[in-house]
Design a protein around this ligand. Sequence first.
Ligand code: NCD
Ligand code: ZN
Length: 438
Amino acid sequence: MASSLLIKHCRILDRGKLKESHIFIRQGKIKSIGKAERAQKTIEAEGNIVIPGLIDCHVHFRQPGGEQKEDFYSGSRAAAKGGITSIFDMPNTNPATTTLAALKQKRELAKRHCIVNYGLHFGATPDNADMVRKADTKSVKIYMGSSTGNLLVNTPEALARIFMAAKQSGKVCMVHAEDEECLRNLKEMYKEQTANHAEAELHTKIRDSSCAAKAIKDALRLQAKIGNKLYFCHTSTKEEMALLRKAKQRSTKVFCEVTPHHLFLDVRAYRKYGNFVKVNPPLRHAEDREALWKGIADGTVDTISTDHAPHLPEEKGQGYWDAPSGMPGVETMLPLLLDAVNKGKLSLTKVVELTAWNPAKIFGIVNKGYIKVGYDADLVLADMNLSTRLESIESKSKWSPFQDMILQGWPVVTIINGDIAYYRGALYNTRGKPVAFA
Ligand code: NCD
Ligand code: ZN
């Protein structure tokens, strides 16, 4: 790998405006901006834009235990192709990342196989508050309602223990906020009614927006007492947006994530894709999508992350009760967002804020998220004029709900720690490093 690299004639954001520039990289770091210094390797950007590599706060790369669905190698190659240069992996693996030994094991696997930079979320159980305190991570994932895997913290006492442990050890609580009892009651009710002819649409009814609202309220009430950092994963409804807008006026420690599938799909997608778009929380209605876009515009939403949750086509092709929940996302998040920029739905600065600046800020990531001298050279070169569809899929899920869409605006080169990971259709085996924290 070249130890110096020049990106020539690119355009970078400078206070909201694109300015022509050059970026000179040496030994994995941005060394200068604006000067076309002599380098071992040069990329002619021809006026394409360069933005900070995306930091995806929420992926399921399935290793260990679910390698048939994805692993650090396949998942990170898909990420690099999608302009994502750092990922945070979720703990619902097998074994689950709920012990220090499992955390160590996963860290070794990521170190060996992940071609993008990585961080890990520790997993909470009703009894592992002590371990949460000791775990060498910046975050802990809490499932208030069941999803894929068997992680669950569904009593107020257990939730309080985890919030407290997270606060004491400076961790962000990443919450999957759907109320377990609410989900169970609705499931029982609909199971009796629909017996064997359940369709994918049922998912939105069983995992009703009231279950999400209930969990968010409970978590916020507790957070107001304890004062921990609280990050709501994949918020998807208008009720959640309203609750969070209010909560964020009282606390600067409350954060909110949305996913591309909740922004770009709604219940109408069931007709076309059936259980392939079965996901937790479920797809919602048009007015919920509108509310999420409004939340982006007014600053209620802090991050857009993928919740990349791959399953195999044969698993997703089963009937409603057997098909697992989750869909892939790392290859399509940036193209969807750049296409939305081209359509005037949000600004390029907003995309960078929600996918790079804010993730770096929330977790206290060192030297990432910005194009600045001295920062890690995690960069994406994007062609805002390229209009095409996803031609091939790196993820083992081998499917995407967005694969038929023609989108305008694509990542064409991805650079990780100064090395080229993706270059106009070809992937290279870069070495991901653990993300460092302040
Ligand atoms: C996730 C998975 O498959 O791991 N599924 C999903 O529908 N989002 C689990 C999760 O994060 O809920
Ligand atoms: Zn998830």
